[in-house]
Write a protein that binds this ligand. Structure first.
Ligand code: SPV
Ligand code: MG
Length: 288
């Protein structure tokens, strides 16, 4: 049997194992295969990555159908759960309900929805971020929980309060409301160069649901230290995408410049490695 058809545990099952849960971003099954085999617990189907793979800004330009197709392809290909980045839920309450039903139907066991307005802009883009009123976002969360079919389905509520410069107290106020509205975990996002505001948040957090972080701009904070400070889930959201951009660009530059690929041959994956990731042997065995 093809091993790509193995079942994945749900994200909730992974959370129930206890300990720190680590995710890395991907936009394709190939990227997800690398996430899985390097030992991450789940794949982050990143809106930034999925948009960037289409050479488009992460600005609600793609539709729910686009994001769902990418997440579902990833989930179908690997045996760790996908946490789908669903931005704002693609609109209002009705869009959120539709989103939950469609994602669940395609085998996605966890989604992360954020409290920005639709259309949203990536959190690291340097322009003001407008947040939805906290009560309106709670209403989205309640709708999401009310339509989920499986008790396994896991809802992460992400606040952009720190990204919008609203401070730790507002992030705490919102996250408490989101947890009380039914979120299974909260994600507190920050674009600060140091983890101090996230640490301040964690010191005051009462632990009513687990906390998720995305340490893109404060990469020096070691995962174990973050875990000791109260973090349950860490998402390395875009490092794989950035590695790809850099590696492909410098490889192509060298080939173009030197007129031969000899200088890069030792740096790039051999064809055998590509075949291994494609599970070529398992496929060809079907033909024997
Ligand atoms: C993503 O990876 O799409 C995220 C994380 O939402 S970030 O880009 O850091 O906002
Ligand atoms: Mg995103």
């Amino acid at each position: 049997m093809l091993s790509s058809s193995t079942c994945s545990p749900s994200f909730r099952q992974v959370m129930n194992r206890g300990g720190l849960v680590r995710l890395a971003g991907a936009h394709s099954p190939l990227g997800a295969a690398l996430v899985q085999e390097t030992g991450f617990d789940a794949v982050w189907a990143s809106s930034l990555e999925i948009s960037a793979a289409r050479c488009l800004p992460d600005a609600s330009l793609l539709t729910m159908t686009d994001y769902l197709a990418a997440a579902a392809q990833i989930q179908a290909s690997c045996s760790i759960p996908v946490v789908a980045d669903v931005d704002t839920g693609f609109g209002g309450n009705m869009n959120v309900a539709h989103m939950v039903r469609e994602y669940e139907r395609m085998g996605i066991t966890a989604v992360c929805i954020e409290d920005k307005h639709f259309p949203k802009m990536n959190s690291f883009v340097d322009r003001g971020q407008l947040l939805l009123d906290a009560d309106a976002f709670c209403s989205k969360l309640q709708v999401a929980k009310s339509v989920q079919e499986s008790p396994e389905f896991y809802l992460i509520a992400r606040t952009e309060a720190l990204i919008a410069g609203m401070g730790t107290d507002e992030a705490l106020r919102r996250c408490k409301m989101y947890a009380d509205a039914g979120a299974d975990a909260v994600l507190v996002h920050s674009k600060a160069k140091a983890p101090s505001e996230v640490q301040e948040f964690l010191a005051a957090w009462d632990g009513r649901v687990p906390v998720v972080i995305v340490p893109t701009t404060y990469p020096d904070w070691h995962a174990e230290d973050a875990h000791r400070a109260g973090v349950s889930v860490i998402i390395y959201a875009n490092q794989a995408l950035r590695a790809t951009v850099q590696a492909v660009s410098s490889t192509l530059k060298l080939i173009r410049e030197k007129g031969t690929s000899t200088p890069v041959e030792d740096e790039i994956a051999p064809m055998a490695e590509v075949f291994r990731l494609q599970k070529l042997q398992e496929w060809t065995a079907l033909d024997s």
